[in-house]
Write a protein that binds this ligand. Structure first.
Ligand code: ATP
Length: 303
């Protein structure tokens, strides 16, 4: 019997390292980043329709607010690119069940785009190779290729040239979420403003972080977390500094603004410490809400 529906589950990410080089002539910055996929998942369900209504979309889930239910949604843009590239009509309904915070620096939109590529490939038997999927993903955004692979990976260029990183062990995270997102371009703009006049060197991968990941040394991973966008995110949202302080007071192994923020990610020793920190953050009154997660996890996957 022909398949008429598929669901793809896709994780969020945190950046363990985000080093931002000088802005290139194309307006983009050279990046070196280390991604880790973590256990907060969106689900994208694609169901064929028979009424010739084209591709339609609806959004559900507790993080649905602020997600566009139209052709500007990154998952819809993935459908548009694939339909043109492979010259076929996608008469299907796409439902995105959002659990990844929106505009939180956790690449939720990119995750949905990656899931949409996988769902369309499966439902329409495109038989795309992994490299072909990655190529389409890179057209949609620099975080999208990673969301197909998941795990732990180094991203270079604009973050889209991926190599997998050797990482051992499981890392436990507490995430301080904010109900109000930060715009990624605004954070890069603020980063440029804060660094104006300073000499910015080419970003380099942190060998000590690679070593700590290889030896499952979460204490050192915590110390080595680094994000060049953090001062800019904190400048635009000063309350982030308070949140970072609360986490450190409660003994987190490390604390970092995730990507362009405003999510703050705390690395903790184990689930128990995660629970204690989650309670402390909630009762501190400086955090919108708190989530717990672990990583690394798989990238987009049919379920
Ligand atoms: P990144 O970490 O990749 O910079 P982010 O996690 O900060 O991204 P997203 O959640 O991807 O941000 O959303 C950024 C904006 O993209 C949203 O404000 C929304 O308008 C738009 N958007 C488009 N498609 C989606 C989607 N599927 N899910 C969430 N936001 C989307």
């Amino acid at each position: 019997m022909p398949i008429h529906t598929v669901t793809v589950r896709v994780p969020a990410k945190v950046n363990l390292q985000l080093s931002v080089g000088p802005r290139g002539n194309d307006g983009y910055h050279q990046l070196v980043t280390v991604f880790q996929a973590i256990s907060i998942f969106d689900e994208v369900t694609l169901t064929k329709s028979t009424d010739g209504s084209g591709t339609t979309i609806s959004i559900s889930g507790d993080q649905r607010h602020g997600v566009p239910a139209d052709e500007t949604n990154l998952a819809m843009q993935a459908a548009e690119i694939l339909s043109k590239k492979y010259d076929f009509n996608i008469d299907a309904h796409m439902e995105i069940k959002k659990s990844i915070p929106v505009a939180g620096g956790m690449a939720g939109g990119s995750a949905d785009a990656a899931a949409a590529i996988m769902a369309i490939d499966y439902l329409y038997s495109l038989n795309m190779t992994r490299d072909q999927m990655i190529e389409v993903a890179a057209e949609l955004g620099s975080d999208v290729p990673f969301m197909l692979n998941g795990g732990t990976a180094i991203g270079q260029g604009h973050g889209d040239q991926l190599t997998s990183a050797l990482s051992r062990g499981t890392y436990h995270w507490v995430l301080a979420l904010s109900s109000l997102g930060l715009s990624t371009p605004a954070v890069y703009g603020e980063c440029d403003r804060l660094r104006a006049g300073s000499e910015i060197s080419e970003p380099q991968i942190s060998d000590s972080l690679m070593q700590a990941l290889l030896s499952a040394d979460s204490k050192n991973v915590g110390k080595l977390l680094v994000n060049d966008l953090q001062p800019a995110a904190c400048s635009l949202r000063p309350a982030l500094r308070l949140i970072l302080d609360v986490g450190q007071e409660y003994g987190a192994l490390g604390a970092i603004v995730s990507g362009s923020g405003p999510t703050v990610a705390f690395l903790v020793a184990d689930e128990d410490q995660g629970l204690d920190l989650a309670v402390a953050l909630t009762s501190s009154g400086v955090v919108g809400s708190v989530a717990r997660a672990y990583g690394p996890v798989h990238g987009a996957k049919i379920i």
